[in-house]
Design a protein around this ligand. Structure first.
Ligand SMILES: CC(C)(COP(=O)(O)OP(=O)(O)OC[C@H]1O[C@@H](n2cnc3c(N)ncnc32)[C@H](O)[C@@H]1OP(=O)(O)O)[C@@H](O)C(=O)NCCC(=O)NCCS
Length: 275
């Protein structure tokens, strides 16, 4: 009876059948709402309880040597500040995700889309990922999590391109990114004064159509409730911004109304209710 009701409700809300079978309410409260899930890992919203693990990952020397441009681990207060002022707010906006193992729900890492910028083909975001639990490296989890983030970026968040930077010595990451379809777009070197070494930094990118072509033989991940919810909120914000622009333009037009018709600026289109 309950499952029939859930199926009916999903139908009414336009949520796919597969969206929430491992995202019961109690899971969302404990582990964070489900954003998207693949075969082995799930992306979830970050919750405060993730802070302790996050701080442990960022205090690790080996992880720092693969991740940070100064190659130094973060201190306790630095990682706390990073988590509280960057990770949690970005996660609430649907741009940063906790990576969990699906079977055990264990928290494994974190991933994010940051540094949005406008390019010739549309909006581009910078991809970041850390599988912080090192016993989970090399099991395909990072590759799958990367693919799930790209699905979210292109299918839900409206990005046209995702780019990244990876150190030349990070072979595991390079392999994972190539497998997902990223191509090398350039490279540069960075001087690390404390270590007196030059870091080789490889730049990679993937466009939405490249990802679609590359992944057409792969099984897609399933979206979770948080992905639908955040898309709704983004659309509401977009409509509110359009309405504000319209009000501003109308006000301006009223100021110009005593002038000749030719001098009145064009009004933007009213906000669409269907997009
Ligand atoms: C980079 C990272 C996300 C990759 O995730 P992962 O789950 O470990 O990687 P996967 O198992 O999905 O894929 C790793 C690939 O490297 C290969 N690999 C595994 N161990 C390797 C090693 N020691 N050296 C070289 N390649 C290795 C695997 O065979 C696999 O390639 P394949 O799919 O062609 O077989 C993860 O290791 C990580 O978070 N590392 C620390 C932080 C970091 O480097 N972040 C990225 C910054 S750009």
């Amino acid at each position: 009876m309950v499952s029939m009701f859930k199926r009916w409700l999903r139908g009414r809300l336009g949520i796919s059948e597969n969206a929430d079978d491992d995202d019961a309410d109690e899971d969302a409260a404990t582990y964070g709402s489900l954003v998207r899930k693949g075969r082995h890992v799930a992306l979830r919203a970050h919750v405060e309880a993730n802070r302790e693990a996050f701080q442990r990952w960022y205090a690790d020397e080996e992880i720092a040597s693969l991740l940070r441009h100064d190659l130094e681990p973060l201190s306790d207060w630095q990682s706390r500040g990073y988590f509280d002022s960057f990770v949690l707010p970005l996660s609430a906006r649907g741009l940063c995700f906790a990576i969990h193992e699906r079977k055990t729900k264990r928290l494994l890492g974190t991933t994010a889309l940051t540094d949005k910028m406008r390019t010739g083909i549309g909006d581009s975001a910078l991809f970041r990922i850390v599988i912080g639990e090192k016993d989970s490296w090399g099991r395909g989890y990072g590759t799958e999590a990367t693919r799930l983030v790209l699905e979210e970026a292109f299918q839900v968040l409206g990005f046209s391109e995702v780019r990244l930077e990876v150190f030349g010595h990070n072979e595991r990451a390079l392999k994972a990114y190539e497998r997902v379809g990223f191509r090398v777009t350039g490279e540069h070197s960075e001087w690390v004064p404390r270590r007196q070494i030059n870091l080789r930094v490889i730049e990679m990118a993937i466009a939405a159509d490249e990802f679609a072509r590359h992944g057409e033989h792969l099984r897609e991940g399933h979206r979770g409730p948080a992905s639908y919810l955040l898309k709704g909120q983004r659309e509401e914000r977009k409509a509110a911004r359009a309405a504000k622009r319209l009000r501003r333009a109308e006000k301006k037009a009223r100021r110009f109304s005593h002038r000749s018709a030719a001098e009145v600026p064009d009004l933007p289109n009213p906000p669409s209710t269907t997009d």
